[in-house]
Design a protein around this ligand. Structure first.
Ligand SMILES: Nc1ncnc2c1ncn2[C@@H]1O[C@H](COP(=O)(O)OP(=O)(O)OP(=O)(O)O)[C@@H](O)[C@H]1O
Ligand SMILES: [Mg+2]
Length: 409
């Protein structure tokens, strides 16, 4: 059933409307001011009286409704009006409250005092509502087969895993019209959000609560969107928080694969149950090493200790980062020691640290750099020739910030 108002609600934009529901007048005004153009209601009953068939609606429920009775009412409302997308704006977003809100059928919960997050949540939910209600969605939500899972892994820290995961994922998003997701599985020191210059809102921990509910579309609303179109799930901001279980991480990736053609995972330096689960579940394991002796030795020992050849076998694809480093190590020697072809060499490039300092991925910041060429090559290889032959490859929309490259040269 579609929804419309009694004609009084001003349109927030062309595609959907926004309403605020909160019994407390002070809170209601505050949220209403943050969401200029939204109609305000003091109760769910009041909102219902104004609902009629028509446009999609994002309803923001204030702190006064984030109580058991409020969740029940919202749940009934959403069951009756599936084209209504609900967001809770609450005093504090705890995992428990987020779960209650999601179980009630809401698509998000954000802190009421954070106007920017609230606005972004409304936009995300509005986008999902209009995408799923449009007759011919630009991108089908459910995929015929699960998307590919690509983990970027090494037995050594600091070799360039995050650099590679972030840039390959952005490059993939720029090369295809399919959905690409990037997950930061480095739960303690994850820096994917920083490398992309996006503020983390919901993290993998929140996504785990959502994935639990088995709603793939709901999970999509949790993801931050990079300007390339890449969907991003950052690591928790508090590294001392509750650890994540291997099964939780696996279910997040499983749920993402239902709607994304490729899910790229940036892995931590340590090998634990979570990383093992992901390496096992992966379709491609980008194993990152360097051309220096300690790096190759470490990789070799690590591979043997983890019996990586048995666990990942043909899925292993060797990425040699900083492959032009001035140390006398021959690529062929490395290939022999590791028993793997050096499929993807990436040169050491000053453009990489410069782009990190700018908070922009190097593939955007320095599109003509040597590092970008190598990273683009990995991305297009992973996307596979099949994409191009189906005519789904996106024309590069011209990288933004072109002038910035000149500064790096
Ligand atoms: N090809 C390259 N050329 C120049 N600098 C690079 C290159 N690749 C990575 N770096 C730099 O090396 C450092 C480590 O990279 P990165 O953080 O990606 O490694 P990591 O493997 O994710 O580290 P960790 O194990 O701590 O997660 C960063 O400062 C990054 O800018
Ligand atoms: Mg890293």
């Amino acid at each position: 059933m579609a929804i419309e108002y009694g004609g009084t609600l001003p349109a927030r934009n062309e595609r959907y409307d926004v309403a605020v529901v909160e019994p407390d007048a002070r809170h209601r005004m505050r949220i209403g001011t943050q969401l200029a153009g939204a109609e305000q209601f003091s109760s769910i009953e009041d909102l219902v009286q104004h609902l009629r068939t028509g446009r999609p609606l994002v309803a923001v429920f204030g702190p006064g409704l984030a109580v058991p009775y409020g969740f029940q009412q919202v749940h009934r409302l959403i069951s009756a009006y599936p084209e209504l997308g609900a967001v809770f704006a609450v005093e504090e977003v705890t995992t428990e409250l987020l779960q209650q809100a999601l179980r009630a059928g809401a698509r998000d919960a954000v802190p009421v005092q954070d106007a920017e997050s609230l606005g972004q949540a409304v936009e995300r939910v509005g986008a999902v509502l209009t995408e799923s209600s449009s007759r011919v969605p630009a991108i089908p939500t459910a995929r015929p087969a699960p998307g590919r899972l690509i983990v970027v892994f090494s037995t050594k820290g600091g070799v360039g895993k995050s650099t590679i995961a972030v840039n390959v994922a952005v490059s993939m998003a720029r090369h295809t019209s399919e959905r690409i997701a990037l997950v930061d599985a480095d739960l303690q020191f994850g820096d994917v959000a920083v490398l992309l210059g996006i503020p983390p809102q919901h993290t993998v921990l929140d996504a785990a609560a959502t994935a639990d509910l088995g709603d793939a579309e709901l999970l999509l609303t949790m993801l931050a969107r990079h300007e390339s179109g890449l969907l991003v799930l950052p690591a928790p901001t508090d590294p001392t928080g509750a650890p994540m279980l291997a099964e939780e991480m696996r279910s997040v990736c499983r749920a993402l694969r239902l709607t994304c053609s490729h899910v790229v995972v940036d892995m931590p330096a340590q090998f634990d149950e979570v990383t093992l689960a992901l390496v096992e579940a992966a379709d491609d394991v980008l194993l990152v090493g360097g051309l220096d002796i300690p790096s190759v030795k470490n990789l070799k020992i690590g591979m043997q200790a983890l019996d990586l050849a048995a666990v990942a076998g043909p899925k292993l694809r060797l990425v040699l980062n900083r492959a032009n480093t001035q140390v006398k190590l021959d690529v062929r020697e490395v290939e022999q020691v590791l028993g793997l072809r050096a499929e993807f060499p990436i040169p050491s490039d000053i453009a990489v640290p410069l782009s990190v300092n700018a908070g922009i991925p190097v593939v955007d910041h320095a599109p003509r750099s040597a590092a970008t060429r190598a990273l683009d090559h990995i991305a297009t290889s992973l996307l596979g020739a099949s994409d191009a032959s189906r005519g789904k490859t996106k024309k590069r929309r011209g990288r933004r910030r072109k002038g910035s490259e000149e500064r790096t040269r």
